[in-house]
Design a protein around this ligand. Structure first.
Ligand SMILES: [Zn+2]
Ligand SMILES: [Zn+2]
Ligand SMILES: [Zn+2]
Length: 174
């Protein structure tokens, strides 16, 4: 782990412990483990995803504990909830992470993170136009990623796709 990463990790741990104390909760080795695995995974995780990662390290940790810890992480400002329209709630790192928006592939579920200063500016202008005071936003685009598009066009150009036409031709010839 790089030095800067390690320092950041330490800071996030402190924030979490501080939050737990303020909430009147005990520090437990299970919560520590969940926090550690969450911080080490740079992905969008559902509580189910995180549960399975935690299970590999400690099978005694229950799903409810994982879910509750994720809620605590969110309250502490370390995690952020994101939804991609599949009915699940995902969590991503929030502390010291720049704002970004998401593109979601409806074929393979891949999530692409992006940031555009121009889009952000236009959003602010739109809000201003309507006298709207935005507190936060989440811009999401659904569609098909480059890999899935390539796979689809490959499938379409295979000879099997042309077979029915050949068959029709020969039937007409008989
Ligand atoms: Zn944005
Ligand atoms: Zn895809
Ligand atoms: Zn994200």
């Amino acid at each position: 782990m790089a030095k800067k990463k390690a320092e950041e990790f330490q800071k996030e741990k402190e924030i979490f412990l501080d939050h737990i104390q303020k909430a009147g909760l005990r520090r437990t080795s299970q919560r520590d483990l969940i926090l550690e695995i969450f911080l080490k995974t740079e992905e969008h995780l559902s509580s189910e995803d995180l549960y399975w990662l935690v299970q590999k390290k400690d099978p005694n940790v229950g799903h409810t504990t994982v879910y509750r810890t994720l809620k605590l992480l969110t309250e502490a400002g370390l995690a952020r909830e994101v939804r991609f329209g599949d009915g699940k709630t995902y969590y991503e790192h929030h502390y010291n992470h720049e704002h970004h928006d998401h593109m979601i592939c409806t074929e393979c579920g891949k999530v692409i993170e992006f940031f555009s200063a121009e889009i952000e500016e236009w959003q602010d202008k739109m809000a201003e136009k309507f006298g709207f005071k935005p507190t936060h936003h989440s811009l999401r685009m659904w569609g098909i990623c480059a890999e899935c598009q390539a796979r689809e066009s490959e499938l379409q150009s295979t000879p099997s796709g042309a077979q029915p036409r050949v068959r029709v031709k020969s039937m007409m010839g008989n």
